[in-house]
Ligand binder design. Sequence first.
Ligand code: ATP
Ligand code: MG
Length: 663
Amino acid sequence: MTDDDNLETRLAEQDVFEPPESFVSQANVTDAGIYEEFEENWPECWEAAADLLDWYEGYDEVLDDSNPPFYEWFTGGSLNASHECVDRHLPERADEVAIEWVGEPEDEADRSITYGELHREVNEFAAALRELGVGEDDVVTMHMPMVPAHPIALLACARIGAPHSVVFAGFSASALAERMNAADSEYLITADGYYRRGDALDHLSKSREGVADVEHDVETVVVDRLGPNGDDHGHELRENEHDYDDLLAANEGTTVEPVERDAEDMLFLMYTSGTTGKPKGVKHTTGGYLAWTAWTSQAVLDVKPEDTYFCSADIGWITGHSYIVYGPLALGTTTTMYEGAPDYPEEDRFWEIIDDLDVTQFYTAPTAIRSFMKWGAEYPARHDLSSLRLLGTVGEPINPKPWKWYYKHIGGEECPIVDTWWQTETGGHMITTLPGVKDMKPGSAGPALPGVDAQIVDGDGEEVPAGGAGYLTVQKPWPGMLRTLYKNDERFIEEYWAEYSDTDSDDPADWVYFPEDGAKIDDEGYITVVGRVDDVVNVSGHRLGTMEIESAVVSAEGVAEAAVVGADDDLKGEVVHAYVILEGDAADEDTMRERIEAAVEEQIGPIARPAKVVFTPELPKTRSGKIMRRLLEEISDGEELGNTSTLRNPEVVRDIEAEVRGE
Ligand code: ATP
Ligand code: MG
């Protein structure tokens, strides 16, 4: 029997996994009583999160809920995020590594930045920003690749009380301009370029094109990533552009007193990834957000100062903000950031990094795990991954098949997996197992965190019984929550609250947060997020989660990945269409179609059997790697394609469209 056959037979039937004893015996949280304790002691339970921080001025009240849904947390308290993430660690950890930066190509570029060095560079850059005119509450935009200056810039902004607004570097000039205009942002930090699969790519041209469309003057700081290594695309700095290294040199050794910020002062603004439509400008504050990311990093990711933690996200997404930069650094640990692609120079790049640095926690996304699976178990097998203690996933539902692959081939069956459900809007984790306390159920994120009141409700807002399915809601506020959509309180209410709240009431009990995801719940309170509300297929009145059907499709031997959508149907309302990527050695298409139909019938029922199976080499994905089902649905329905601006691979959509229409 091959290794993979073993996995099938041993793990395929298993649907509950106990946390490994080796993990539990050292976990940060091991007391199962925490759930009850937090429930009874809500909202004061969140003092536990605030206690992880070092406040200048202690807060008066944990929660001010007098004006829902505009909740305020830790009111009257003051702090500074750069002090929390840097200065306060200096007495103990000045010479310990804060950031392990792994560059591409694997030349001499790698950099280990100690807390002492981080402190120095953050101060120098903070001084430089001030000199450029950045004042407290001025929004500074970043459009940066994964270079060390990126987290340094975040912390420098935090130090002087200037909220940042990060636009993912892969986003276009017009996306950048749109966000800078929306936030009246007069400052931009960017880079000349970056390395991707060995090539030195131009980046500055794109940022400049964006700046040209900004309605006001912009001062730009340019990080020189390519210069010393050769091809810098001939960029010469222009008027209103400043070289990052020159700015640091001019401020060598300068220190800047961290600005005392009110707990409710804005720390940053971030636009959501745009999977469902137009991105929303989510506002996060200093106290609640930092407390939330620190607490969840400790309780869920089990971060300890002596760890070497690695999250493979990009800082341009909320995951990078919360779980590469703020959470880990608030706890004084070593956080790893990687500039390049997971498959360059070879498909074992992540495993090589984990082996080299003795990484203890690895946090990634289902889209990446599906790629690892496709590439094969021989790549992780080349490396010693025994330093790993915990694995995490975020971004999309993860099916049991890739979950088990991750568990076995990366975690060696000795690491718990935290499947963390959360959103840009929630600031940090909301639904996941506490890894030292709860059993894991592949495919289900787990119960809501202690103190988080998640409920699955029906269309009328009534809680569904255990075993039921419906809409995910959060019934009580939490410290890491977004405070509003930037300069748009009305849309904030409309987008997240109106659905299930009595919007005329000022009783917080009448306000319910609606994340727009569908979910089901089992008799132990484990929640399976089945996808966005519009990712539900309604066949003859039966509401089927696309994720569940996808899970069945993927379980068929030879299927690598699948996306399921509901296509309009005169008779049934909707029918299931499955878009499927096959593994390299899969059977012929007719056999595969039969296998897929059989798997769906067996696992869900004939009602869910796909009316159409389309084989495709790729699926349309956002730049954050999520499947854009909306576009597939438009193809299935023969509609005009909507907004594709946040898509990573637009050409794929045309190919699939041609394939479907040609039939
Ligand atoms: P937009 O809101 O602009 O359409 P987006 O929702 O993709 O974009 P994010 O905030 O990055 O932007 O993603 C949050 C969403 O990702 C969640 O609402 C959920 O649909 C999905 N998600 C995240 N983690 C998980 C998880 N562990 N399990 C299931 N779904 C998840
Ligand atoms: Mg969203």
